[in-house]
Write a protein that binds this ligand. Structure first.
Ligand code: NDP
Length: 480
């Protein structure tokens, strides 16, 4: 069975303690490779390599660093089919999705930040008659990047690229559940001419390898994307060490549909915003609020489309949904469907596992699920499920839907459907979330601030926000 390796100091290597963990294929429910179960000693080696590389990488200049990063982008692009197949196999997502979204976005992330950093400038503040302040933005040093399993290479590269572009050296850990494309990235890095030690990729469990990254005193900043509970633990651990923190956490996003929307556009987009990537995107709209005059029409049309959605093995070209990422996650999602029933909800579509032919009979397939009849403040409507489960709820007024939309501890993203421009702006201003899409979903411009408020995170990624996070500003005053 294939054994993946860590990538430290420009070389692939085994974990110091020689321990491995199984890597499962969600489509078949079988183990197909093993990954290093890294611990503090591996992190120590990665930090030592990063420490050695930092003076040269940080003083190389943005243009040269950008050239190397563009080669990484091109290296992924050249092997995009291999990367897409690996991502789909590791995660269970349809191959078409990995081809169309995950891998192109990883290519763009490296390219975008390689070029963005060349346009990045620091502030200067003139004090008339007195002197001038200018801001130096220096790399932080060694930074830790920890990413989740839902969009593996997409989110891994979204952190690593700005960290590298600004001259930092990186110790990075992908989710143990989806390690494969991060492993392949090591091969691309090797070929790109990136100096050894600049980017080190460790595999292993969050509680050991991840924890050792968070606690290492020489790692000065942590960029983390994952669950709110993990984020809370990381904040509690890293804050007393005065580490810089960027936390992109969970969501429970509202999708608010007014009667005056473009119904067909709304319907097909809502199908995607509910169930794309098996509902395992932090930006999916899991609470659908529909203005009462079109509630019945929406329910009928939506349930029909959901009933028709093809759930199949990832490389079936007809698959709109594949397998959930793991057995444990499938069980968690199913437990929420049971909870919804206990809370008085009615399952209108789905709610059941999918019987698949050999060799997929043990895979983690679940029908997309639509539930109605729940109070907006019940657990099903307050807690993040992170799977193909949505609730639908009617509303009568803007005020009422705002109360319901803003009622959760989360505040990541929201979607609004209306043709009334004034209402759209009014609502966008009042919704408690870091991102609002109006008559659209998941349209991303990499320059915009990305992230959530409340329990959805601290700080923003994207564009200048990311470049600012990964640099330390220093004000210098010069007297006239
Ligand atoms: P987790 O919080 O379980 O894990 C995220 C990463 O943190 C993984 O690499 C994990 O390793 C690691 N980790 C776990 N425990 C620790 C620890 N104690 N110290 C350091 N690292 C640790 O999240 P999931 O992987 O389950 O991802 C799903 C979550 O991510 C959802 O809540 C989702 O909303 C959120 N998310 C947020 C996004 C955003 O931009 N706001 C985008 C995408 C997802 P391991 O896998 O080995 O446990």
């Amino acid at each position: 069975m294939e054994k993946l390796q860590n990538f430290i100091n420009g070389f692939f290597c085994d974990p110091v303690e020689g321990k491995y963990i199984d890597n499962w294929e969600p489509a078949t429910g079988t183990v197909y490779s093993q990954i290093p179960n890294s611990g503090p000693k591996d992190v120590e080696n990665a930090v030592a390599a990063a420490h050695e590389a930092f003076p040269m990488w940080s003083s190389m200049g943005a243009q040269k660093r950008g050239e190397i990063m563009r080669r990484i982008s091109e290296g992924i692009e050249r092997r995009r089919e291999e990367f897409a197949m690996a991502e789909s196999r590791d995660n269970g997502k349809p191959l078409q999705l990995a081809r169309a979204v995950d891998i192109p976005r990883a290519v763009s992330n490296f390219h975008f930040f390689a070029t963005a950093v060349e346009h990045f400038a620091a502030e200067s503040h003139h004090m008339e008659g007195t002197g001038i302040n200018y801001t130096l933005r220096k790399p932080i040093g060694i930074v830790g990047c920890i990413s989740p399993w839902n969009l593996p290479l997409y989110l891994f590269s979204w952190k690593i690229a700005p960290a590298l572009a600004t001259g930092n050296c990186v110790v990075a850990k992908p989710s143990e559940v989806t390690p494969y494309t991060a492993y392949l990235l090591g091969e691309v890095i090797k070929e790109s001419g990136m100096p050894p030690g600049v980017l080190n990729i460790l595999h292993g469990e969050g509680g050991t390898a991840g924890d050792a990254i968070v606690k290492h005193p020489q790692i000065k900043a942590i960029s983390f994307t994952g669950g709110t509970n993990t984020g809370e633990y990381i904040a509690r651990t890293a804050a007393p060490m005065f580490k810089k923190l960027s936390l992109e956490l969970g969501g429970k996003n509202p999708n608010i549909i007014f009667a005056d929307c473009d119904f067909d556009d709304m319907l097909s987009t809502t199908l995607r915003s509910s169930f794309a990537n098996q509902g395992q995107i932090c930006l999916c709209g899991s609470r659908i609020f529909v203005e009462r005059p079109i509630y019945e029409k929406f329910r009928e049309a939506f349930v029909k489309r959901v009933d028709e959605t093809v759930v199949s093995y990832p490389d079936d070209p007809h698959a709109k949904m594949g397998a959930l990422v793991s057995k444990a996650h499938l069980e968690k999602v199913c437990s929420y469907i049971e909870l919804a029933k206990e809370e008085g909800g009615t399952v209108l579509s789905g709610g059941v596992r999918v019987e698949m032919p050999e060799p997929y009979q043990n895979g983690y397939y679940l029908r997309p699920t639509v539930i109605e009849g729940l109070r907006y403040d019940c657990r099903t409507n307050q807690e993040e499920i992170f799977g193909p489960v949505v609730t639908i709820t009617p509303f009568d007024t803007e005020e009422e839907v705002l109360i319901m939309a803003n009622s959760t501890p989360y505040g990541l993203s929201a979607t609004l459907w209306t043709s009334d421009l004034k209402r759209a702006h009014r609502m966008a201003e009042k919704i408690e979330s870091g991102i609002v899409w109006i008559n659209a979903w998941l349209v991303r411009d990499l320059r915009t601030p990305f992230g959530g408020m409340k329990a959805s995170g601290v700080g923003r990624e994207g564009g200048w926000e990311a470049l600012r996070f990964f640099t330390e500003p220093k004000n210098v005053f010069v007297k006239y």
